[in-house]
Design a protein around this ligand. Structure first.
Ligand SMILES: [Zn+2]
Length: 422
């Protein structure tokens, strides 16, 4: 592998990904702006013009912010790689940390430093998104104190979970020979499954309060639906989502018998009982069709492919030099290869986005069809419209943009597919 070839391919793919993202984002903004004046015909009777225009303004504001973060993200990737940022950081740590902390200490320091710098760069943008963008449209409910507490808890959690996992993977890379990527994959899969098991009871409660669902009539309704669909869950919970945001949601969490149903309080406040039932039936549809399992299996397969590729790349000096880093002579290169790989991969995987989005939209249609069979299709349509309006989601996305990115079908297609729409 020639370093120059690696540089050229990487620069070309990064540029192509950035250009495609800019092109799609500006298409979406132009399309939404052009249709701001009028509620599209199928929604004329149900969606007020003011709500439609608020959704357009929110989409445009998010679009402008997206362009800014896109440009910044491209600059950061270039800065780390071809412009020598990672090389500078790495040689500094090799000179000053390696002698004192040894090879494992140096490698963990490199990973931690890269993550920390990334978080510091993101911090002002996240704050702006929460306290300016979301605030302006009335979505933000978080306070500066809560926001900082969230950041601190997130960082602490990342260190507590991430550092031992990183140490384990680095040890495997060092100790298990040419097939290290297979063992590392097994470790990552085990870690992710463990995370899914402890998330509902250990991690989520660090950030939110979960109360058992009190509303007896809704509870009876939901339990009847679950019995009808043949589902067992460990409990029905209401989460105080309103502490941070007005956006509403409902989800399943956990694995196997530890599954829980979680409703955001914002969802219960807004939807009628039959609408809540229909939304839950949609979520049950994802389980019935094994979407969750399929997605998990898909992500495990992609991780394995990625690690196998890294297993080969990490042996090539052209991989390091081509991406702007001089490989170490007196220290292991495992952490360096991991970091470089995670930095260089996104522009390549970006081009798989439309395939994954397409698959996800198909799953949504299947879950909707299941919901219509198990609950009231008209209630589902009503809930979708309310959630769309409350989240200020645009009803007039650019078709190309939606095809490329949307994990959920645009409202018009989704409602048209519900049997009740006739
Ligand atoms: Zn869904």
């Amino acid at each position: 592998m020639q370093a120059l070839h690696v540089s050229l391919v990487f620069a070309a793919v990064l540029l192509a990904a950035l250009a495609t993202q800019f092109w799609l984002a500006t298409r979406q903004m132009r399309h939404v702006a052009a249709h701001r004046g009028e509620v599209p015909a199928p929604f004329a009777a149900t969606v007020p013009l003011a709500a439609h225009q608020r959704a357009a303004d929110y989409t445009l504001a998010k679009g402008r912010f997206g362009l800014l973060t896109l440009a910044l993200g491209g600059a950061v990737t270039l800065g780390w790689t071809l412009l020598g940022g990672l090389d500078l950081l790495n040689s500094t740590l090799v000179d000053h940390v390696l002698p004192a902390w040894g090879p494992m200490g140096y490698q963990l320091a490199l990973l931690a430093a890269v993550v920390l710098v990334g978080m510091l760069i993101d911090l002002p943008f996240e704050a702006w998104a929460t306290f300016r963008l979301e605030q302006r449209f009335g979505f933000n409910r978080t306070t500066a104190g809560l926001w900082w507490a969230d950041q601190a808890k997130g960082l602490l959690l990342a260190a507590l979970l991430g550092l031992p996992l990183a140490a384990l993977v680095l040890w495997i890379m060092r100790a298990s020979g040419g097939l290290w990527w297979l063992w590392a994959w097994l470790a990552l899969v085990a870690f992710q499954l463990l995370l899914m098991v402890i998330y509902p009871t250990v991690i989520a409660p660090l950030f939110n309060k979960f109360q058992p669902l009190q509303d007896e009539s809704l509870k009876a309704r939901v339990q009847a639906l679950m019995a009808r669909c043949g589902f067992a869950a460990k409990g029905l919970f209401v989460m105080d989502g309103s502490r941070r945001s007005a956006h509403a949601n409902a989800y399943f969490t956990g694995l196997g018998a530890a599954k829980r149903v979680v409703f955001f309080d914002t969802l219960l406040a807004r939807l009628s009982p039959d609408e809540v039932e229909a939304v839950l039936a949609h979520e049950l549809g994802h389980f019935r069709h094994r979407h969750v399992l399929k997605r998990l299996a898909g992500s495990f397969a992609l991780t394995l492919a990625g690690l196998a590729l890294l297993g080969w790349l990490a042996q090539q000096s052209g991989f390091y030099r081509g991406l702007g880093v001089e490989p170490n002579i007196a220290a292991p290169n495992d952490a360096l290869a991991l970091v470089l790989f995670t930095m260089a991969l996104p522009p390549f995987t970006f081009f798989v986005t439309p395939l994954l989005a397409q698959l996800s939209r198909r799953h949504e249609f299947e879950a909707d069809a299941y919901a219509c069979a198990q609950a009231d299709g008209r209630a589902l349509a009503g809930a979708l419209l309310k959630l769309h309006e409350d989240n200020a989601s645009t009803l007039t996305p650019d078709p190309v943009y939606a095809r490329f990115y949307y994990s959920h079908p645009p409202a018009s297609e989704r409602l048209a597919a519900l049997p009740s729409a006739a």
